[in-house]
Design a protein around this ligand. Sequence first.
Ligand code: ZN
Length: 249
Amino acid sequence: MTSAKIMQKRREDIRRRIATHDHSFPTCVVLDCGRPTAARERSGLNRSYCRTHVEHFSRHGSYSKRSYTAGDLQPYRGRALAWLQANAEHPDIREAVSRMRTLYWRGRPEEAFRLAGKSPEERARVVWARLRTHGVDHLQPLAAWVAVCLCHAADLQPERKIEYRWVQAGKVLNRLSGGSHKRWENLGHGGRLEVTELHKYPASRGRVLRHLGEQVAHAAKRLESHLEAIGASAAPATRLPRARRRVSH
Ligand SMILES: [Zn+2]
């Protein structure tokens, strides 16, 4: 079967399942939400949550908790990076870096304009490849995972499911991989120069974030035994490099 036929069959299957759903909760199970579940509304397959909360889960990895902000994670990332740099020769860090290298070389970089139609697995490979081509230090994704773990440990109302942490790390990696930027110059009326710019970032939602987070968590497994030491380290936080913006013409 060709891939177009497979896609069509999958679409028809989903449509049929949406149309025949009846064993669902009438309203979303999130406290005080009250909206009809996606299945009941015939807008999706989810029998327990409404469309808004399904979307929230896709973006944040939790039905109710919002993502950590860049500002929440920043101090932890700086401290983690400083600690990893200071202990770069430790066998656990060397092993994690070598696993990073493998992930960096797994895929081909693609512009953010060309991600449509790719599977979440492929998109994750593209993000890793973009980190490679943008020259992002191997310690940065590791520091991102450590930072998410430290932030989670200090969180008074943490989301317990590991998926939330994967998504948080996935979001940082997505940002680190940068967007795609294009710029055109045209001569407009009266010979005036008109500049058009197009900026596109990979969408920060969906299964690609789970893949990225799970992959970095797996690579950084042995660093988790150092979390306490990193959290308590008095090393001055390393200033994080600003996300770079590349312009291709
Ligand atoms: Zn809801």
